[in-house]
Design a protein around this ligand. Structure first.
Ligand SMILES: NC(=O)c1ccc[n+]([C@@H]2O[C@H](COP(=O)([O-])OP(=O)(O)OC[C@H]3O[C@@H](n4cnc5c(N)ncnc54)[C@H](OP(=O)(O)O)[C@@H]3O)[C@@H](O)[C@H]2O)c1
Ligand SMILES: Cc1cc2nc3c(=O)[nH]c(=O)nc-3n(C[C@H](O)[C@H](O)[C@H](O)COP(=O)(O)O)c2cc1C
Length: 499
C-alpha cells in the first residue's frame, strides 16, 4: 500500500539528493555578477548569455570557487566541495581561453594579462548570494608565478569582509609563493589563511587531510564525525569517506546474467539506487550493463562489488582492473574484501592505492567481526567505510553491530530474510507477521524497517520486480520501541551460512 506514495517521492529525492556531488555540480554553472565591479556592458553581456546564477543548497556556509583553464584544478575543487558538502562555483571566463591564448611565453593572451596588473578578464556568471558564505576556498592555476587575473576580477566582485578565504593552486612546478599574498589587497577585510599548492592528480584523501589541517569542516562537523547517521528523508547515509550511500538497495547473489540485468533494471526504475554485486556472483557485467542502459546519471547510482580470497587477493591490481572492466561504469563506488583470507591486507592496500587514483570511491569489508577488525584495522590506512555481515532477526549480531558503528563504520546486512531456504520461516514468523498486519505492510517490509531502525543498511536479494518495489517501500511506517524489542527478542544466534 505504500508503494504508490513512496516510489515517485523516492525517485525525486534520490535524483536531487542522493549524491552530494550532483548538487555541487549543479551550482558549478555560474551566472552573472551580483555586486559586480565590472562595467555595465560586461554585466549585460553576462546576463544575456542566460546562465543560471549559482544557488545555495541551503546545507552549507562554505563555497568552493575555482578557475581551471585546462582541468587540473577542477577535480581538487570538486573533492573539497564533496568532502565539505559545500557549494561549488566555477569561475568561467566570459571569453574562453583558447589553446593559443594559453601557450605561455609566446606573448599570447594569458601572457599579456599576467604582465598587466590592471587586466580584469570578465567572468560569465555570478554567485547569487555571496553573503551566505562564511568560508570561501579559492582554487586557481599558477600563471607566471601568480594567480590568473580572472581571480582578481572575482575577488573585486564581492564583499569578502569577515569571510575566511583559503587559497589553493595547482602548477607545473612552482609553489603557491607570493600568488596568494598578492591577492590579499583585493579582499582586504577577509581573513586570509595560508594557501597550499597541489600537484596534478592529488587524491581526495590528501585534500581531506589538508582541510582537516586547516580546520575546515563540513556543516555540523567533519565527514567522519557525521558518518553513519541515517537520513530518513533522503534515504541515504554519509560514509566516513565523504560519500553518501542509499540505505536500501538490491542484493544480486545467485542472480544469473539476465535475471540480474532485469532485477537491477527493475530496481532503478522503482527509484532504488544501491546495488550489491561481487566477483563471486559472476554478474558484475550484467550489473554494469543495467546501470549504463538505465540512462540515470552515473553519480546517482551506488555500486558495491567485492574481491574474493585466493587469486584475487594475491594479484589485487589485476582483480581491481577486472572489476572495473566488467562493470564498465567508470569507477567503483565501494569495493569490499569478501572474506578474511591470505593476503587480505595486501589486497586492501592495493584498494587504498586505487582510491588515490580515483578508481574506487570507498572501501569496506565483508564477514569481518570484532576479533578480525581488531587485527586488521591497525594494518591499513583508510578506515573501511562499510562492513557487510549476515544480519537477520534470527542472527542479530547484537555485539558486533555497535562495535562497528562506534568506529564510524556503516553496517550493512546480508541475508535480511535469512537467505534462500530460510525465507518462508522468517517471513512467516508469528511475531513479524503480527507486526506486519498491524501496519498493513508485509513481513519483508517489517524486517527491512527493523534493520534500518537499527542503523543497518539493507540489500535484499530478489528477481521479482514486485518484491523489489515492495522492498524499497519502507518509509510510510515506523516500528515502535515495543515492536523493535519484540523482534530483537527473536534472536537465536542462528547463522545461515558458514562465514
Ligand atoms: N557478503 C557476503 O558474504 C554475502 C553473503 C550472502 C549474501 N550477500 C548479499 O546479500 C544479499 C541478500 O542476500 P540473499 O539475496 O542471498 O538473501 P535474502 O535477501 O535474505 O533472501 C532472498 C530471497 O528472498 C526472497 N524475497 C525478496 N524480497 C521478498 C519479498 N518482498 N517478499 C517475499 N520474498 C522476498 C527472494 O525471492 P524473489 O526473487 O522471489 O523475490 C529470494 O528468494 C545478496 O543478494 C548479496 O548481495 C552477501
Ligand atoms: C599562461 C600560463 C602560465 C603558467 N605559468 C606557470 C608557472 O609560472 N609555474 C608553473 O609551475 N606552472 C605554470 N603554468 C602551468 C599551470 O600552472 C599548471 O598546468 C596548472 O596545473 C594548470 O591548472 P588548470 O588545468 O586548472 O588550469 C602556467 C600555465 C599557463 C597556461
Amino acid at each position: 500500500m505504500f508503494a504508490a506514495v513512496f516510489i515517485p517521492v523516492l525517485a525525486l529525492v534520490l535524483a536531487a539528493c542522493s549524491q552530494n556531488k550532483t548538487m555541487a555540480q549543479g551550482t558549478a554553472e555560474a551566472g552573472t555578477f551580483e555586486q559586480a565591479a565590472t562595467t555595465e556592458a560586461e554585466t549585460s553581456k553576462q546576463s544575456s548569455e542566460g546562465r543560471e546564477p549559482a544557488s545555495n543548497t541551503g546545507k552549507t556556509s562554505i563555497l568552493v570557487a575555482y578557475f581551471s583553464a585546462t582541468g587540473t584544478t577542477k577535480p581538487l575543487a570538486e573533492y573539497a566541495a564533496d568532502i565539505l558538502h559545500a557549494d561549488l562555483y566555477e569561475i568561467v571566463p566570459a571569453d574562453p581561453y583558447t589553446a593559443e591564448d594559453l601557450a605561455y611565453y609566446t606573448g599570447g593572451r594569458a601572457d599579456q594579462e599576467q604582465n598587466d596588473p590592471t587586466a580584469r578578464p570578465a567572468i560569465s556568471g555570478f554567485v547569487a548570494d555571496m553573503a551566505q558564505y562564511d568560508t570561501v576556498l579559492l582554487g586557481y592555476p599558477i600563471w607566471h608565478g601568480q594567480a590568473p587575473r580572472i581571480i582578481s576580477t572575482f575577488l573585486e566582485s564581492y564583499d569578502f569582509s569577515g569571510k575566511t578565504i583559503l587559497p589553493f593552486c595547482t602548477s607545473h612546478s612552482s609553489g603557491i609563493g607570493s600568488s596568494a599574498d598578492n591577492l590579499h589587497g583585493l579582499a582586504p577585510n577577509a581573513n586570509w589563511l595560508e594557501g597550499e599548492r597541489f600537484a596534478a592528480e592529488t587524491s581526495r584523501e590528501e585534500i581531506g587531510k589538508w582541510l582537516d589541517e586547516n580546520h575546515i569542516k563540513a556543516a555540523g562537523g567533519t565527514a567522519s564525525a557525521q558518518a553513519g547517521q541515517f537520513n530518513f528523508e533522503t534515504h541515504t547515509v554519509l560514509l566516513n569517506s565523504g560519500y553518501e550511500m542509499p540505505i536500501m538497495g538490491l542484493g544480486t547473489y545467485s542472480l544469473s546474467d539476465e535475471e540480474c540485468y532485469n532485477s537491477v533494471t527493475a530496481l532503478l526504475k522503482a527509484g532504488g539506487r544501491l546495488i550489491d554485486t561481487a566477483y563471486m556472483y559472476g554478474n558484475e557485467t550484467a550489473v554494469g550493463r543495467a546501470v549504463r542502459d538505465s540512462g540515470i546519471p552515473r553519480e546517482e547510482i551506488f555500486v558495491i562489488t567485492k574481491l574474493y580470497p585466493g587469486e584475487q587477493y594475491a594479484n589485487p591490481e589485476k582483480a581491481i582492473q577486472d572489476a572495473l572492466d566488467k562493470l564498465d561504469i567508470g569507477y567503483i563506488d565501494m569495493l569490499l574484501l569478501h572474506h578474511p583470507g591470505t593476503n587480505d591486507v595486501k589486497a586492501y592496500k592495493a584498494m587504498e592505492k586505487a582510491v588515490g587514483e580515483g578508481k574506487i570511491h570507498s572501501l569496506g569489508l565483508s564477514n569481518w567481526y570484532v576479533k578480525e577488525l581488531g587485527e586488521f584495522l591497525p594494518q591499513v590506512t583508510i578506515t573501511p567505510a562499510l562492513v557487510q555481515n549476515e544480519i537477520h532477526p534470527y542472527y542479530q549480531e547484537n555485539d558486533v553491530i555497535p562495535y562497528i558503528q562506534n568506529l564510524g563504520i556503516v553496517v550493512q546486512g546480508w541475508y535480511p530474510f535469512g537467505g534462500r531456504g530460510h525465507t518462508s520461516e522468517l517471513l512467516g514468523d508469528a511475531v513479524i507477521s503480527e507486526i506486519a498486519a498491524a501496519h498493513e505492510v508485509t513481513s519483508a517490509q517489517v524486517i527491512l524497517r527493523w534493520n534500518l531502525q537499527k542503523g543497518v543498511v539493507v540489500i535484499p536479494g530478489s528477481s521479482n520486480p514486485d518484491h523489489i518495489r515492495e522492498n524499497l517501500d519502507l518509509f510510510g511506517f515506523a516500528l515502535t520501541d515495543d515492536e523493535m524489542n519484540r523482534i530483537n527478542a527473536l534472536n537465536r544466534n542462528e547463522k545461515h551460512d558458514w562465514y
